[in-house]
Design a protein around this ligand. Structure first.
Ligand code: C5P
Length: 224
């Protein structure tokens, strides 16, 4: 039955933003609400999966029956993912991971000075959590997200290949009606068939829980 579609499956899902410390009181982050990742966790649990939700800082209630692990930075998120993922059948990277973090974290609050009108912050690249998972010796079925403002299809397809994903969900975040803090979304799923041909499926605008359920139903079809 539909209710048992993900029975015996362990899903690990990342959600929300990451927060990268500058000093004890300041950080770099982004506007991710975590809603899509939490909707995926809710949908997966409803479909019978065991769900581990690894969440950056976000103000959302933990979905019923889901194990939630709260993290702050990208490095914390990677560590939590690497602990959870060896037992995962499916990994979904839905978090908006900060691409860069401050190269050093000041141990005291940085002070402004009368002389200094400019301040340069040196950033270094964060680990790519999704690519780290897909490059494991025995990777789970790995699904990524691509939020883009332009050339959505082209960027999504190149990420599918470059990050060695089983599937990618692409959404256009230039439209304020969908994506980020919205309760609705629309996306296109891309994957390669057994002949290596690029395939796609449009999921038209719907509430995030419905989009999440459709995404998971499609992932199970591809995986089996
Ligand atoms: O390359 P880009 O950041 O657009 O790729 C987006 C996808 O990669 C998302 O699935 C996101 O969760 C994942 N990602 C990640 N770790 C990063 C950057 C992105 O897992 N450092």
């Amino acid at each position: 039955s539909v209710a048992a579609l993900l029975a015996n499956q362990h899903l690990v899902i990342t959600a929300g933003p990451t927060r990268e410390a500058i000093d004890p009181v300041r950080y770099l982050s982004n506007h991710s609400s975590g809603k899509m990742g939490f909707a995926l966790a809710t949908a997966a649990q409803q479909l019978g999966a065991t769900v581990t939700l690894i969440a950056g800082p976000c103000q959302l209630p933990t979905p019923v029956g889901v194990t939630r692990i709260d993290v702050t930075s990208a490095e914390d998120m990677l560590a939590a993912v690497l602990t959870a993922v060896p037992s995962a059948d499916i990994f979904i990277g839905c978090a908006a991971v900060a691409d860069y973090r401050p190269a050093t974290v000041a141990s005291h609050k940085m002070k402004k000075t009368a002389e200094q009108d400019e301040l340069a912050l040196t950033l270094i690249k964060n680990p790519d959590i999704l690519a780290t998972v897909s490059n494991l010796t025995k990777p789970p079925f790995t699904i990524g997200f691509a939020a883009e403002t332009n050339d959505v299809a082209r960027y999504a397809q190149s990420k599918l290949v470059r990050k060695k994903l089983a599937m990618i969900a692409a959404n256009d975040v230039s439209s304020s009606a969908i994506g980020f803090n919205s309760d609705v979304n629309a996306m296109t799923l891309y994957w390669h068939d057994q002949q290596g041909l690029l395939k796609h499926l449009d999921l038209p605008e719907a509430d995030k829980l419905s989009i999440a359920t459709q995404l998971l139903q499609h992932a199970v079809k591809l995986k089996n």
